[in-house]
Design a protein around this ligand. Sequence first.
Ligand code: AMP
Ligand code: GLY
Length: 428
Amino acid sequence: MVMKVLVLGGGGREHALIWKIAKSTQVSQVYSVPGNAGIGQMAGVECYQVDVGKNFAGLIEFSKKKKIDLTVVGPEAPLVNGMVDAFEAAGLHILGPTQSAAKIEGSKVWAKELMERYAIPTAPFKVFDSVASAMTYLTEQNRFPIVVKADGLTGGKGAIVCGNLMEATTAVVQMMVDKEWGDAGNRVVIEDYLDGEEASFIVLTDGVNVVPLASSQDHKAIYEGGPNTGGMGAYSPAPVVTPEMHERIMREIIKPTITAMVDEGRLYRGVLYAGLMITADGPKVLEYNCRCGDPETQPIMVRLESDIVPALLACIDGTLDQVNLKWNDKAAVCVVMASGGYPGQYEKGKVITGLDAVGTMEDVVVFHSGTALDTQGQFVTAGGRVLGVTALGEDIRRAQLRAYQAVDLIKFEDEYHRTDIAWRAINR
Ligand code: AMP
Ligand code: GLY
């Protein structure tokens, strides 16, 4: 079968997915909505601006007109808002959880209560729907650090590790009073701080069978100890996920979660991402996401040797037990180049140079996030995270060196990147 695939989203994650999907022998054409300037330059890929429309009607119309055989959704919001339900009702093939299953990311309160019901390891927590009760709890506990989380979607910015009562108060006010993330802050979760090393454990599932992707680790903070962003870099594999730990994560977290979703009548199909803390006491869930990680997907796709498309189709068909993914033994490191000021205010429209030089480097792939073309056809910045520079190497150290060699060649005004991506893996 020769298929047309639509990928929704326009970040580095989507560029990496499209890069991999476009290599499939089963795919003749990829459509990207809305995409970005980097995606738009790929052979066999077309970007479109489509008005999503009420209940995704605009996207459904687009998919029918283009005769799309498979739709892959990058970001969480459309999934949490029922895009899969709408596409399936229209008779279209789409990969991802239904709205009721995507609640695992859409509501942190619901996800925490699910873990509690099914004894899936996570930090002890309490839920609050008023500032007064949250403040009483924080004062009584008087135990720091502690973590305050908004219930709903916040673009990865709604979990705040608070070092003292003042910081915790600020976090609660920001969420519940100032409504920084709107209704997402109507309720908050306050949970115990977990000590350990983080890992992103992402799997494909057809609702019953599970195929894990390679392990990875991202760097959420803008600099070590600084505020969280969407992610400033990532690497794969994550050495903290040893073969024994991998087995424990599957047994104690992933499989119980998939089974729990069946028991809840919310069969979970698509990508499930468990954000984990590997503690002295074993792996614990920090959060679930209902989609691929960004930037984690960038090093992961670069390491994936198998065709991804049969695996995606098997998630929909319920035949994932017949899928086996092969991974490159090399390590991959992705360094995000961002606009100065991100995750706060930043300027756009800065001309990006050096991409051609990096384009000739072996074992380096540059995925675009916030980029656009100006009237002269030059790449310019158009978002907070601009590029993900991803390199393969014999080990993490060599992959890191290679990635930074490429980063050094790329320039734009006020460019910012972390200089320490993968330090934890290298220090081990
Ligand atoms: P989340 O959005 O829930 O994954 O949280 C974002 C980040 O906050 C995580 O990647 C961790 O770095 C940190 N974090 C969240 N929950 C905890 C916790 N219970 N203990 C320590 N750090 C946490
Ligand atoms: N890199 C974190 C996330 O995608 O949620």
